[in-house]
Design a protein around this ligand. Structure first.
Ligand SMILES: Cc1cc2nc3c(=O)[nH]c(=O)nc-3n(C[C@H](O)[C@H](O)[C@H](O)COP(=O)(O)OP(=O)(O)OC[C@H]3O[C@@H](n4cnc5c(N)ncnc54)[C@H](O)[C@@H]3O)c2cc1C
Length: 464
């Protein structure tokens, strides 16, 4: 099959336009590099837009969900409002969305249905930033283009050409066929380490069965937020166990969950169902498995809206508003890097000599239900873990870097490392490192950490 050549040669190609890719492209573009951002979807944002999850967590420290603290008796007024953990480009994007009235942080509320019904905050966490999906897509595009980045959507990277420890090009598939894109350096922000994999760099993946669930997110609408708020304020269960149990009794033939996590979106009466936490055993890189999961979850969303919500105060007229265009993959292939983030690093909070970002969310899903994750959080020695630069540098490659959820972290450490605010921070570090590498003409492994650190701090990053 013929491969057409893209006429331009770039200083840096960022592969994937999720949180990490957007930040990497902006940072590298602002440093003056000729940057191309390649994305398979028609818009930016990755999981936050393509998986209908406009819910950036991890911008602040202290990650225990409010609902658990409330259950343990912490009065609502006494819930923590902790310190900022991610600044830089992430903070700028949140401010831009807030300024146009399209985004809101948990503290303080400035718009959206939670401003009118602050009791809905009981469903959330202290650190979420929620925004209007469409506005999010626009703001990300504007910032990327303002940074001088060339954006090419609708292009799926399906190969790479490598020699002498260097990626020479990536191959993109589109309606025009295959195109070869060349650059001096590449940043793999595909979430699944696609570029590293196609380039022949070593990668790892947790075994099926010991991997965080894949979920298809759904939004429901027509919920009476006031009635739901009153129920929660009166001590109602934020996991909706009783409603799920009744629906399961009434409809044993349906595939209904035992508990449900829902979060208020900015539009009145709209809630996101972060469902399917029990859906393990699907192979995220297998299209057949992802098709099965999507079909199952789309039907389940409809059943939840019709059969579970009718038992929740305010949910009687609920209906499905949308299901996500893509299933949300929490964990798949990752690079094998010069260093790695481990569960031990999180627990001890040991100082990391080449810190490029903070992971403030600590432990995430209870993998395999071996131990409730909040028990581990209680054992954490520090309020955030540092992410090392070395876990972004793949072994055996001089001009490839990874950012986002495909950096090397062990299964437990990946939970906090893959949270979106942290992905923006790591992406910013990657784009900045690309500029330093370009200026110094060295391998990514040889970029001077003190210089990288200084640049990041000058641009609002928080590293300690
Ligand atoms: C179900 C679910 C719930 C979550 N809940 C939250 C939450 O509430 N808050 C939070 O902060 N985090 C949450 N996370 C985690 C977070 O969303 C992800 O870990 C994060 O988005 C990873 O960022 P990323 O930039 O590494 O990759 P992604 O967001 O996955 O972005 C990767 C981008 O690369 C593109 N891409 C992939 N492969 C290719 C290719 N071959 N060629 C071209 N483009 C490609 C994709 O289209 C996408 O745009 C959740 C994740 C999931 C799956």
């Amino acid at each position: 099959m013929t491969i057409q050549d893209c006429a331009r040669h770039y200083d840096c190609i960022v592969c994937g336009g999720g949180p990490s890719g957007v930040a990497a492209a902006i940072a590298a573009g602002r440093e003056g590099l000729r940057v191309l951002l390649l994305e398979r979807a028609g818009y930016l944002g990755g999981v936050s837009t393509a998986c209908a999850l406009p819910f950036w967590l991890g911008g602040f420290t202290g990650s225990r969900p409010y609902r658990e603290m409330l259950r343990e008796g912490t009065p609502y007024e006494c819930l923590p409002r902790p310190r900022r953990a991610v600044g830089g480009i992430f903070r700028e994007l949140c401010d831009a969305l807030r300024d146009i009235g399209a985004g809101t942080g948990a503290d303080p509320f400035v718009m959206g249905q939670a401003a009118e019904h602050p009791g809905l905050q009981r469903l959330g966490c202290h650190d979420e930033f929620t925004f209007d999906l469409e506005a999010g897509k626009r703001v990300l595009e504007e910032r990327v283009l303002d940074a001088g980045v060339e954006l090419c959507c609708y292009t799926t990277i399906c190969g790479a050409e490598t020699n002498d420890r260097r990626v020479r090009s990536v191959i993109g598939a589109s309606k025009r066929g295959l195109t070869r894109f060349r650059a001096d350096a590449f940043i793999d922000c595909t979430g699944d380490a696609d570029v590293a994999h196609f380039a022949g760099a070593p990668t790892i993946a947790s075994p099926l069965g010991d991997v965080s669930a894949v979920s298809l997110i759904a939004h429901v609408e027509n919920v009476d937020a006031g009635a739901l708020e009153a129920y929660l304020n009166a001590g109602g269960d934020p996991y909706f166990r009783a409603a799920c149990a009744r629906a399961r009794e009434e409809h044993p033939e349906m595939d209904l969950p035992e508990t449900m996590l829902i979060f208020p979106m900015v539009q009145p009466g709209v809630f996101m169902i972060n469902g399917g936490l029990d859906l393990t055993g699907y192979e995220a890189l297998d299209p057949a498995d992802m098709t099965k999961l999507s079909v199952r979850e789309r039907a389940r969303a409809e059943h939840i809206a019709r059969c579970v919500f009718r038992h929740i105060p305010g949910g009687e007229h609920c209906r499905v508003r949308l299901t996500a265009p893509w299933p949300g993959v929490r964990e798949s292939r990752r690079i094998v890097s010069l260093g790695a983030l481990t569960e031990e690093d999180l627990l001890t909070g040991r100082p990391i000599p080449d810190s490029v970002a903070l992971a403030a969310r600590h432990f995430d899903l209870d993998r395999g239900r071996r131990q409730p994750f909040h028990e581990k959080q209680l054992r954490m020695k520090r309020d955030a873990a540092q992410i090392p630069y070395s876990c972004m540098v793949p072994q055996g490659m001089d001009n490839l870097l990874a950012a986002g959820r495909c950096i090397q972290a062990d299964g437990q450490a990946l939970g906090p490392a893959r949270i979106m605010a942290t992905c923006f921070a790591v992406g910013q570090a990657a784009g900045t490192a690309a500029a330093l590498r370009h200026a110094e003409g060295c391998a990514f492994s040889e970029v001077s950490y003190p210089v990288l650190r200084r640049h990041l701090l000058e641009h609002g990053a928080i590293l300690d």
